[in-house]
Design a protein around this ligand. Structure first.
Ligand code: FAD
Length: 623
């Protein structure tokens, strides 16, 4: 039976990729259907209740700059906010929020339910309708057929999902949810390369059974950072602390003793796990010399008794989980509410995708999120937004949305996946981006909001707020450039108290801010020079742009240079070991990948801009 209404875009899966995909398509004005297993689990965090962090926080700001939901939901659901790397340069500063799991989910549901052009339907999707290598719809578990011009698949860890706790295993999409078996079988019959990955989660503990007095308290920042460019502190619920404790030698001994019943070490699990989010048994084996590992004790919510012990993800048998948890300081009487587990699932080789996230083999079918080999809500949300936007653009017969590596972390993420693929769960880091200085959290809106507006992702309110901010920033920059101070100026004495070298000639305010010891705020505190812009976000932007202008200009130069050489051909038989200065690692990677162009060489992870310069010099001499 066919559902009576046809849609432009069908998004399958209501997780982090699915909600951003559906919202993006609907914002762009096309008729969108979000089809998911269970409407109650829309926006559910499968693992730790936290959003952001290094690299991931950058993705959240970019999703937000393009009108996405994740940033605002975090402002509504965050119960502890911090700026990581706050003492370092702005490029690597990142916002992280501990979220109240249910407030976050509620915020996403609220945004989804208030989005025009977006229809919800609860059913499992079991099949795709494919005609002449083109998807035309989906079939649900009860045989209901939906027609659409495009389909975005965002089914997370559910495809052929198997949950492991010790030697026990059963089929599941995540704890408490069914797996997608029929759909997995159907997809395996299509010409995509499929493999298995694995991820895991720790046991959840009852807060009432823990002794927080022996743990180290970790309060959030005050004032709390705000995530969304449209957010404010008034959106934040009550703020609470996280805590820190550690594993010890006894914990490690218990884990080693249980390894013979570990599904990972007894060969039952075949999928590769996340390198940067390893299980505790993995950490004990890989870092055998360490006698302790840190555990962040994170509340699951303001009205929840559950606590997430971040750092002891495990698939060991339940009796070993009990024992290892109780060996940890503060957890001596811990009660486990939910056992930890690992999950294995199908993912598709993302090299079978175009940069738009459309599959190469089936037209109008897009993949986003964990099924492309990534891990994390932010990576999923970012892909979802791009896939949803591209599905809508296809329907509207417009040019696709492809973000470049020098434009956005989202561009880095999708380019990495589509060109290099991944053999292990891929997560974002700032080190993956060559142009880190340009891709900051603070300027995500300046990089992307105009583009988002052009394709219909950004609504009037966000666009107006962005323009107001830009006007403020530009007017203030002009004032700072045009206002001068000389040694006899009435502000000179106050200024000299703040500077290492006193004012000896005429300086613009812009030049003074460029001095390392001077901040915009300090300069504006001098009576006749301030107060400057009141909006702290605009003020921060004024300062960053002035202080880092030199570095930013250099990076823009590098981008121009790289673009000039993007299509410079590299001979297929080039002997990389003859290029002096290249490290053995780079020689091995280039010899293995044999990139056709300098552009492709520069995108191989570990091939640094310095190595590219050496290649260019060599090609100039010998090319
Ligand atoms: P999901 O959030 O999984 O959403 C998939 C959605 O699709 C769900 O709503 C589901 O109901 C729906 N769905 C599935 N199949 C169908 C179907 N056939 N029909 C209709 N609807 C369907 N990330 C980290 O960064 N670090 C970690 O350590 C980590 N550990 C994890 C541990 C576990 C046990 C799990 C389950 C996940 C873990 N994650 C971790 C991953 C994180 O949860 C995902 O990266 C993120 O949720 C992916 O988002 P997604 O939208 O791709 O998929």
């Amino acid at each position: 039976m066919f559902y009576q209404q046809a849609f432009d875009v069908i998004v399958v899966g209501g997780g982090h990729a699915g909600t951003e995909a559906a919202l993006a398509a609907a914002r762009m004005g096309v008729r969108t259907l979000l089809l998911t297993h269970n409407v109650e689990t829309i926006g559910q965090m499968s693992c730790n209740p936290a959003i952001g962090g290094i690299g991931k926080g950058h993705l959240v700001k970019e999703i937000d700059a393009l009108g996405g939901a994740m940033g605002l939901a975090t402002d509504h659901g965050g119960i502890q906010f911090r700026t990581l790397n706050s003492s370092k340069g702005p490029a690597v500063r990142a916002t992280r929020a501990q979220a109240d799991r249910s407030l976050y989910k509620q915020a996403i549901r609220n945004i989804v339910e208030n989005q025009p052009n977006l229809t919800l339907f609860q059913q499992s999707v079991d099949d795709l309708i494919v005609e002449n290598d083109q998807v035309t719809g989906v079939v649900t578990q009860m045989g209901l057929k939906f027609h659409a011009k495009t389909v975005v698949l965002t089914v997370g860890t559910f495809l052929g999902g198997t949950i492991h706790i010790g030697m026990q295993n059963y089929r599941g999409g995540r704890a408490g949810d069914p797996p997608a078996i029929a759909l997995a079988d159907r997809l395996r019959a299509l010409p995509f390369r499929v493999d298995r990955l694995k991820t895991g989660t720790p046991a959840r503990l009852d807060a009432r059974s823990l002794d927080f007095s022996v743990m180290q308290e970790q309060p959030g920042d005050s004032p709390a950072p705000v995530v969304s460019f449209m957010g404010n502190r008034d959106m934040h619920p009550r703020q609470i602390s996280c805590y820190i404790t550690h594993t010890n030698e006894k914990t490690h001994e218990i884990i080693r003793g249980g390894l013979d019943r570990s599904p990972m070490y007894s060969g039952i699990i075949e999928g590769v796990g996340p390198r940067y989010c390893p299980s505790i048994e993995d950490k004990i084996m890989r870092f055998a010399d360490k006698d302790s590992h840190q555990i962040f004790v994170e509340p699951e919510g303001l009205n929840s008794i559950e606590v997430y012990p971040n750092g002891i993800s495990t698939s060991l048998p339940f009796d070993v989980q009990m024992e290892l948890v109780r060996s940890i300081k503060g957890f001596e009487n811990a009660h486990i509410v939910r056992p930890g587990y690992a999950i294995e699932y199908d993912y598709f080789d993302p090299r079978d995708l175009k940069q738009t996230l459309e599959t190469k083999y089936i037209d109008n079918l897009y993949f986003a999120g964990q099924i492309n080999g990534t891990t994390g809500y932010e990576e999923a949300g970012a892909q979802g937004l791009v896939a949803g936007a591209n599905a809508a653009l296809r329907v509207q017969e417009r040019e696709p949305l492809i973000l470049r590596r020098d434009q956005a972390y989202i561009g880095v993420l999708i380019d990495d996946l589509a060109t290099m693929g991944t053999k292990e769960p891929y997560r974002m880091f700032t080190s993956r981006a060559e142009y880190r200085l340009l891709l900051r959290e603070d300027n995500a809106d300046m990089r992307l909001t105009k583009l988002g507006r052009e394709i219909g992702l950004v609504d009037d309110a966000r666009w107006a707020a962005f323009n107001r901010k830009m006007e403020l920033v530009e007017a203030e920059q002009e004032r700072l450039r045009g206002q001068f101070i000389h040694p006899e100026h009435e502000a000179a004495a106050a200024l000299n108290d703040m500077l290492k070298n006193p004012v000896s000639r005429e300086h613009s305010l812009e030049e003074l801010i460029r001095r390392p010891e001077m901040t915009y705020q300090q300069l504006m505190s001098i009576d006749c020079l301030g107060p400057g812009v009141a909006d702290p976000i605009a003020a921060q932007q004024v300062e960053i742009q002035i202080k880092y202008a030199g570095y930013i200009a250099r990076q823009l130069d590098e981008i121009a240079k790289a673009q000039r050489h993007e299509n410079t051909l590299l001979p297929s038989d080039l002997d990389y070991s003859r290029i002096s200065g290249l490290s053995n690692e780079v020689i091995a990677k280039l010899s293995d990948a044999r990139p056709e162009t300098i552009g492709k060489a520069s995108r191989i992870s570990g091939v640094t801009p310095a190595a590219i310069s050496l290649l260019l010099v060599y090609m100039k001499k010998h090319g």
